[in-house]
Design a protein around this ligand. Structure first.
Ligand code: PA5
Length: 447
């Protein structure tokens, strides 16, 4: 069993000949990535991460996770973008759907809340209420150490932690994941004596889930980070060594670029499991931030199904024909719920008696795939055998590798994000940050 990309349902939109003709382009993009000869080649540390990571730090991550599990009711994870989405995707994929509200004796690990991924006063105030009377620790994650959203949340919750425990004990409850040498957070962590974890120089935010950025919060949730890394190592081996014709990551990169060239400018990732919502969010960031530049790229969108079949389903079936759909299919549900027969069949559901809820879900999925295909929406599928750490590791690596290759096929640098700076400059100017005085005047005139 393994994570597999399957495009057999899109056969009427992509011919075998087109795939063969595209092979040279894909293999050249793969070589550019693996030989580190393309744009952004100083950010390719993620390629070997699953087999070449800091074992000592990995052991420290497990130790810190055990300490947090022992002394905290709650872990606050503060970060945004690549310093946020991977951990959240993994935790929601691997744990109970109602993790935070499970009785503590059942969950056995701390509640985990994410903050610093918006600038919402309400969210911060609401979270402060949740923390009242609870023992908590903070994992502040910022590679640059200067990002506004997490920095603001950290100020608020550091203050709360210090009021509760005093400066010295609070410092022992703060774990800083940041650059190994530079940045405001690194300086503060050194000064205050926080335990520090490193975001490697050559790993960009959206490729950092398998570093301490993702691993510490994931380990605190009780997930097995060894299995996660083993899965990623397996994904890496397959991506690097399997021939084009059966290489999931390469085929996915090929198919999405062929479809883009045919005018399909939107890729919708569709999951049929609510616990994959944040996997889709992580995927959106990975592909959106990597490929959307120089006026190019596929627009990555996501839907949760069958939920959104009752909203976005109309557009996908019948609206502007601009998209293709990539279904992420968990083949074996972790739970089996059987439907029973009722004496009076008021709701007309007795025909499903003896069937499992997952059978209904899979039937909805298969029916939708055919309907969307009939509506000229090419359907691709990424199959995940089971929802566990190993296959999640494979999935993360599969998408990361496909993203690198796809970005080079597209002719852009997949590893920078110059566009993210524009809003920051305007925000700093409007906030009156020193050094932005001239821009401030200009912007105020326009508002
Ligand atoms: O992928 C990226 O590089 C970004 O999404 C960053 O992760 C995000 O902006 C947060 O940056 P930092 O970790 O420096 O606070």
């Amino acid at each position: 069993k393994e994570v597999v990309f399957d495009y057999s349902r899109a056969a009427e939109f992509i011919s075998a000949e087109e795939m063969e003709n595209f092979k040279t382009t894909v293999m050249s993009a793969k070589d550019t990535l693996v030989n580190k000869s393309g744009a952004g080649n100083d950010f390719l540390g993620w390629i070997d991460l699953p087999v070449d990571y800091d074992r000592d730090e990995f052991a420290r991550i497990k130790k810190a996770a055990a300490k947090i599990q022992g002394d905290s009711d709650v872990l606050l994870v503060i970060g945004i973008g690549g310093s946020y989405l991977g951990a959240r995707a993994a935790i929601e994929f691997l744990t109970n759907s109602f993790y935070n509200v499970l009785p503590k004796e059942v969950r056995k690990t701390p509640e985990i809340y994410f903050v610093g991924n918006s600038i919402s006063s309400k969210y911060i105030a609401d979270l402060k209420q949740v923390l009242a009377g609870k023992d908590f620790s903070i994992n502040i994650i910022s590679k640059s150490g200067t990002t506004t959203e997490p920095a603001i949340a950290f100020r608020v919750f550091k203050e709360m932690l210090t009021e509760k425990y005093g400066k010295e004990e609070a410092a022992k409850r703060i774990y800083a994941t940041t650059d190994k040498a530079r940045g405001a957070l690194k300086n503060l962590a050194d000064e205050e004596g926080y335990e520090e974890f490193v975001v490697p120089d050559d790993v960009g935010g959206r490729f950092s889930v398998l570093t301490a950025v993702g691993l510490l919060p994931i380990a605190v949730s009780g997930a097995d980070i060894d299995r996660l890394m083993e899965g990623a190592a397996s994904g890496r081996k397959k991506a690097l060594e399997t021939p084009y014709e059966s290489n999931s990551a390469l085929l996915y990169a090929a198919v999405r670029n062929i479809l883009l060239r045919k005018g399909k400018t939107v890729e919708i990732v569709a999951n049929y499991e609510p616990s994959l919502h944040y996997v889709s969010e992580w995927w959106k960031q990975l592909f959106g931030e990597s490929e959307g530049k120089d006026n190019r790229g596929l627009f990555p969108a996501a839907v949760d199904l069958t939920t959104d079949l009752h909203s976005m389903g109309q557009f996908i079936q019948d609206g502007a024909r601009i998209m293709f759909e990539t279904v992420i299919n968990v083949e074996e549900s972790p739970a089996e719920i059987l439907l029973n027969k009722e004496d009076v069949d008021t709701d007309g559901m007795n025909y499903l008696a003896g069937k499992s809820v997952d059978f209904v879900n899979k039937s909805a999925m298969n029916g939708t795939i055919l309907a969307h295909t009939d509506g000229s929406v090419p359907n691709l599928m990424v199959k995940i055998p089971e929802q566990n750490e190993f296959y999640l590791g494979e999935l993360f690596y599969f998408f990361e590798f496909a993203c690198g290759v796809s970005g080079y096929i597209l002719g852009i640098n997949p590893f920078n994000q110059p566009g993210v700076e524009s809003y920051k400059k305007n925000m700093f100017a409007l906030l009156g940050k020193p050094g932005y005085e001239a821009q401030r005047e200009e912007l105020l005139k326009r508002l």
